[in-house]
Write a protein that binds this ligand. Structure first.
Ligand SMILES: O=C(O)CCC(=O)C(=O)O
Length: 279
């Protein structure tokens, strides 16, 4: 892994925003040439899976397995150290997807007032005990198109809702009063807690919205999509192999890792010292 990522660690302000609001934005996380390559790969993936004339938003799962361009995001220097500073070293990629949301058809009227609010990871929100439930994972959203104005299908969230189990008043006849759009330019990244109530907005612009999402979790969580990443393992460095889900010591190593299962830990000790990896 490129040690330059250590120049982009979580700042005190980002930690405060993440803890209190549930998310924060990293401006200009990706350079324009990488945004272009990711957008080309996204367009190919979308074209291969969209019927002619279909203008519905499509969530393409396992984008990392579709095209090598997405692999670069796995340990991207401007975001990975922030992920590690939040979750620690016992992590993996458990999910990747790219959302493609074309403009809504002229005169489109939604059946529901509210957009599709949810917390991530389905059953985790029911099976786990506690209030709030544990974080377990976070996502990084990489914006490929311009959602710097509202009405472009922007990511929406309810500030602080990751710490409140009931984030919704019962009256669903109106949009949630605290629905807050993220305004992001191409190349910006968003880090958010999986418990945060969030939703993609309605795209009433004339620009198709494209956002890549990478979910990072503890290594014991099962992947949320069919990650087709085996072909990357032979050429990957040890930390990429960890992030791609490898466990050299087998199934036992996902919950009780040996040193070889978690090269990220020794990399952090080497670069930052023992205090960076406790416990
Ligand atoms: O499209 C969006 O902005 C929302 C994405 C989303 O809901 C998710 O990643 O779980």
């Amino acid at each position: 892994m490129d040690a330059a990522c250590l120049n982009h660690r979580l700042t005190a302000g980002e930690r405060r925003e993440f803890d209190e609001r549930g998310c924060f934005v990293v401006r200009n996380a990706l350079p324009p040439d990488l945004v272009d390559r990711l957008e080309d790969a996204t367009d190919r993936l979308d074209a291969a899976n969209r019927s002619p004339g279909d203008t519905r938003p499509i969530n393409h799962l396992d984008c990392i397995g579709y095209d090598d361009a997405f692999l670069e995001l796995l340990d991207w220097p401007k975001t990975i150290a922030k992920v590690i500073d939040i979750l620690g070293w016992h992590i993996q990629l458990y999910h990747s997807h790219v959302m493609v949301s074309p403009p809504l058809p002229e005169g489109y009227r939604s059946k529901t007032r509210r957009i599709g609010w949810h917390q991530d990871s389905g059953r985790l929100n029911l099976d786990l005990e506690g209030n709030p439930r544990p974080r377990v994972s976070l996502k990084v959203g990489f914006f490929l198109t311009d959602t710097s104005e509202v009405g472009r299908g922007n990511f929406h969230y309810i500030p602080g809702s990751h710490l409140r189990e009931t984030a919704f008043p019962a009256d669903e006849s109106e949009e949630h009063p605290q629905a807050t759009p993220i305004c992001a330019a191409p190349g910006d990244a968003l880090l958010f807690d999986r418990r945060l109530w969030h939703a993609g907005g309605r795209n009433r612009s004339d620009v198709t919205r494209k956002v890549v999402f990478f979910g990072y979790s503890y290594r014991w969580l099962r992947p949320r999509d069919d990650m087709t990443v085996d072909r990357y393992l032979a050429d990957a460095d040890p930390i990429r192999r960890q992030l791609l889900g490898a466990s050299p010591t087998g199934g036992f190593g996902y919950t009780s890792p040996s040193e070889e299962d978690i090269p990220l830990r020794s990399w952090l000790v080497e670069h930052l010292g023992e205090e960076a990896v406790a416990p």
